[in-house]
Design a protein around this ligand. Structure first.
Ligand code: X2X
Length: 335
């Protein structure tokens, strides 16, 4: 029997169980969740939602993905456990935070490694990204090919601007929960405290810490300018989000659905990179208008301080010759 149209069902009135029929036609075969730590207005969530919508369309409604932004499902630490157990199917996480599970995933966070975005994408869409995804795969998670842009990280503060490495002395700074972050700011002479992003706004507001570091798009969308006065454009690290899937959940999907999922999230990743690039052009002015005082420190003395503290030598040893060589094949000699 040919399927009845909605109009035909409605016209038939109470004689047919219209509601039941319609509901069954709409129910997705796979109902998955995607979560992130970023505010809903950040382009990452907008582009993830668009991918979810396209995936639903392209799979004829077979796979429905519900988007949970803004730490609605918990902190990064919580969400990573949920992803590993399968309670959460998709999650975007900084490679540095992922390093608690996959140590080599932190490699893009080496201080001042990338001269510019050309080098970032050459490395992350090339040998460095391929290496990291291989390591993620070995630990039972799936990472899609295109990494999403978090951005170059900048230091904000409520007490004073960071102009030289000496300004870090006695400076209490929040860093995400990852060994490389703590090591970087210890080497710079600051006092780092590990705090999940879900607690950052209140930690700044209550002066548990003096400052934090994040890309402009986050300082803006998470409204950190409300609780911070100084913005120092240190560009000390480039950070990105791997789009991760729980392997068992991903393997349950038919091959054609898997292909659509990969294609659409990778497409959205590229669009999100463009969004962030566009925002970077105007956000310094926006943040100035919102009351922040901005300065542009010379990066050379910060790099020198890291070198003298043995930061590069230590992390070259931890990542190993092969991984370090892969990064240096794109960015040149680091130390
Ligand atoms: O926790 C942070 O600072 C954030 C939002 O940038 C990351 O996810 C690494």
């Amino acid at each position: 029997m040919a399927p009845l149209s909605r109009r035909a069902l409605l016209a038939a009135g109470t004689a047919l169980p219209a509601v039941t029929v319609l509901r069954r036609a709409r129910a997705a075969e796979f109902s998955y969740k995607y979560a992130s730590n970023l505010p809903v207005s950040h382009p990452l969530n907008m582009r993830a939602q668009q991918a979810a919508d396209r995936i639903k369309g392209a799979t004829g409604g077979k796979l429905e993905i519900q988007v949970f932004p803004n730490n609605q499902l918990g902190s990064d630490t919580d969400m990573l456990s949920q992803l590993r157990s399968g309670a959460l199917e998709f999650f975007t996480l900084s490679g540095l935070i992922l390093s608690t599970l996959v140590p080599p995933a932190a490699i893009n966070g080496v201080g001042f490694a990338f001269k510019d975005y050309d080098q970032v994408w050459k490395a992350m869409d090339g040998p460095v990204g391929a290496y990291v995804r291989g390591e993620i795969d070995k630990r039972g998670l799936v990472a899609f090919e295109k990494v999403w842009d978090n951005g170059y990280r900048q230091v904000t503060s409520s007490s004073h601007p960071i102009r030289t490495p000496d300004d870090f002395s006695g400076f209490k700074i929040r860093v995400p929960v990852a060994a490389l972050w703590t090591s970087l700011f210890q080497a710079l002479g600051a006092g780092p405290t590990s705090i999940n992003f879900s607690e950052v706004y209140s930690a700044l507001q209550t002066h548990v810490v003096d400052g934090q570091e994040n890309p402009l798009a986050i300082i803006e969308t998470a409204k950190l300018y409300e609780v911070q006065k100084y913005l120092s454009m240190t560009n000390h690290m480039w950070d990105g989000y791997w789009f991760l899937a729980n392997r068992r959940a991903f393997d349950r999907l038919p091959a054609d659905v898997q292909a659509v999922v990969q294609q659409e999230f990778n497409r959205s990743a590229l669009e999100e990179r463009q969004d962030v690039a566009g925002m970077n052009g105007s956000l310094a002015d926006t943040l100035k208008g919102q009351g922040m005082a901005i300065n542009q420190p010379d990066p050379a003395p910060f790099r020198e301080k890291l070198r003298k503290a043995g930061f590069y030598a230590e992390w070259k040893g931890k990542f190993g010759e092969q991984a370090w060589g892969t990064l240096e094949s794109v960015v040149g000699t680091l130390a």
